[in-house]
Design a protein around this ligand. Structure first.
Ligand code: UD1
Ligand code: UDP
Length: 352
């Protein structure tokens, strides 16, 4: 069987790594990179650190408005799929790359497998929510990370081809944390003590593109102090355009870091402040209290278990919550045991 993995953005690479490891060797795998992310620290670093094979196709689509970017990907991915004729394509998560890959394949009657299917924030203002819904509805195999995801699909009438596998990000984390602990020097480099700093990541359009929200977040960060902030290129651009970049003096703003450094920064942080989907999960897995600067989350179990608090972009509220939040609750095994990729490979092996 020939399988094409279609990836293009940072979280796609991290999810691909353990899956590729399982399917390569068992099947004929090719990798198609749309080029949605392209800076070294948003792209190549993950291939180097996670041992992901060099993509067979690099489509160099780059940045653009949603329509422009997704349309260009659709056009270029289609050409490759016509040429390669895979039996199955795999897409990961909820990015524009995920949507373009799924759409291009389903129109060519190629089977689509969605890894991280069934997630819902129930907020259609998020581009990711539109991507998830559309991808799930044109997928043949839906690999769900959680029971909630399976139920979400059921409510939308999707019951065929649905598999509860656990979360491939647990597989990635378990495989890499030991390597990170041996090799990362990020704490020394930034002069950070264990549980002595806050870690922040912000990149959601709803926070970065809205001056009032971004200003409130920046002011809260300055007041809290002692924050390490690996800054997404989108956020850097918005901070500069809004004239907020220079006000971040009390915050350790750094370039985005590689996966290994990120795991170490997360594991040893006092608390994490984020609007990232993946970072909310990693905080939960490392048992680090997480404050999520969003009105909703698709990773609802982290909130239900009391390890993640949703806070709106209001300076006073952010400062208070970050200072006071102390989760005491027990955790459930929500995201699986680190064998999701193996299960996915077995399921694929069983289909006709
Ligand atoms: C995308 C995903 C989001 C995911 C995030 C992970 C969509 C709709 N959004 O958001 O779900 O959480 O990736 O990081 O697919 N840029 C660079 N260099 C890069 C990449 C981006 O400078 O290597 C800048 C460009 O100005 C670009 C902007 O960041 O316009 C946004 O990039 P884009 O890929 O469109 O969306 P993200 O915000 O990264
Ligand atoms: N990540 C990273 N370096 C960073 C920020 C994030 O390696 O500077 C990793 C993080 O550990 C997680 C993934 O990127 O595994 C999350 O991706 P991102 O926040 O870009 O997207 P989302 O999960 O919100 O879609």
């Amino acid at each position: 069987m020939k399988i094409a993995s279609i990836i293009g953005a940072r979280p796609n690479f991290i999810k691909l790594a353990p899956v590729s490891r399982e399917i390569r060797g068992k099947f004929n795998e090719i990798i198609i990179h749309t080029g949605q992310h392209y800076d070294y620290e948003m792209d190549k670093v993950f291939f180097d650190e996670l041992g992901i094979p060099e993509p067979d196709y690099h489509l160099d689509v780059g940045s653009g408005s949603h329509g422009e970017q997704t349309g260009e990907m659709l056009k270029r991915v289609e050409k490759v799929l016509i040429r390669e004729e895979p039996d199955l394509i795999l897409v990961y998560g909820d990015t524009n790359t995920t949507l373009a890959g799924a759409l291009a394949a389903s129109k060519l009657h190629i089977k689509v497998g969605h890894i991280e299917a069934g997630l819902r924030s129930f907020d259609r203002r998020m581009p990711e929510e539109i991507n998830r819904i559309l991808v799930d509805h044109c997928s043949d195999l839906l690999f769900c990370p959680t029971k909630t995801a399976v139920k979400n699909l059921e409510k939308e009438g999707i019951v065929r081809g649905v598999y509860l596998t656990g979360d491939v990000m647990v597989d990635a984390l378990q495989r890499s944390i030991g390597i990170a602990e041996r090799n990362s020097r990020i704490l020394e480099k930034l002069n950070l003590g264990l549980r002595d700093y806050y870690l922040a990541t912000i990149h959601r359009a709803e926070n970065t593109d809205d001056f009032k929200r971004l200003k409130a977040i920046v002011e809260a960060f300055c007041e809290i102090g002692n924050i390490v902030f690996p800054c997404h290129p989108r956020t850097e651009k918005c901070l500069k355009n809004f004239g907020l970049w220079d006000t971040l003096k009390q915050v350790k703003v750094i370039k985005p870091v590689g996966y290994l450094d990120m795991l170490i920064l997360e594991k040893n942080a006092k608390k994490i402040i984020t609007d990232s989907g993946g970072v909310q999960k990693e905080a939960y897995i490392f048992r680090v209290p997480c404050i999520t600067l969003r009105e909703n989350t698709e990773w609802i179990e982290t909130v239900e278990d009391g390890w993640n608090l949703l806070v709106e972009a209001d300076k006073e509220k952010i400062v208070k919550v970050v200072r006071e939040f102390e989760p005491r609750n027990k955790q459930r095994n929500v995201f699986g045991d680190g064998v999701a990729s193996r299960k996915i490979a077995e399921i694929i092996g069983g289909i006709k």
